[in-house]
Design a protein around this ligand. Structure first.
Ligand SMILES: [Zn+2]
Length: 239
């Protein structure tokens, strides 16, 4: 329908084409899943699937930090020589290099998020996720870097629009739902689990041993199924 051409900070040109297309739904698998996002791993599913954070990010980010220091050094040199930055050639060269590294990190991350979200939407019909409270979590400075790293909000958006395209359902479980504290077998709430140090725990009621993240995934799955079932009953009830 139309084309847009743009140039990004690292001087690459992109053409975006706007097209109209029928999207075919993916075949139903009859499977529901809960997705627990974490810091240790990127995501753990209720069926035990683990998506690890790519270590490549760390390497690229160190490189980015190095290149940025070099950029500030060149800026200082230019200022000392009273050269305007737009005319400082070494500074401009380094600026493009920083932009290219930024771009690499962003591309790698987007690629990873697409891969994971597509696989989940292909394999499962109902996908339970948490309602993120990133604002609260970013107050904790140690966690904030890891969170921006793994880009959960972008990941959840991908899951939602892909589910929409392919005839699957994403259910956002409420903010107050204690997905990591509840025992997925008996529903007993174990408050100590909210401390991130608790990787595994045993339910005091029936002695079932849980991996923190798989258990959280199971709770999200069950809650998603419950929400979906009650909303379906609600609609048919009205009709
Ligand atoms: Zn229990």
């Amino acid at each position: 329908m139309n084309a847009t051409i743009r140039r990004n900070a690292s001087s690459k040109y992109f053409v975006s084409l706007l097209v109209e297309q029928e999207i075919n739904e993916l075949p139903k698998t009859g499977s529901s899943v809960g997705v627990d996002v974490g810091l240790k791993n990127f995501a753990i599913l209720s069926d035990g699937t683990v998506y690890q954070n790519d270590r490549y990010f760390r390497k690229l980010e160190k490189k980015l930090a190095r290149e940025q220091r070099k950029l500030s050094r060149r800026q200082r040199i230019a200022l000392n020589k009273k050269v305007t930055l737009s005319e400082a050639r070494n500074y401009q060269k380094q600026k493009r290099k920083v932009a290219r590294t930024h771009e690499k990190v962003a591309n790698k991350r987007t690629d990873f998020l697409h891969e994971v979200s597509t696989e989940i939407v292909q394999k499962h019909d109902v996908i339970g996720i948490e309602t993120l409270q990133v604002k609260n979590m970013q107050r904790n400075r140690k966690l904030s870097k890891a969170i921006s790293d793994v880009s959960w909000p972008a990941f959840f958006r991908m899951l939602e629009y892909k589910a929409d395209w392919y005839g699957k359902t994403v259910v956002k479980v409420g903010k107050t739902f204690a997905s990591s504290q509840l025992c997925s077998s008996c529903g007993h709430q174990h408050k100590d689990v909210k401390h991130l140090g608790f990787r595994e725990w045993t339910c005091p009621s029936y002695g079932i041993h849980h991996d923190r993240d798989v258990n959280a995934g199971l709770n999200l799955k069950q809650e998603a199924e419950r929400i979906l079932a009650s909303s379906t009953v609600g609609t048919t009830g009205l009709a």
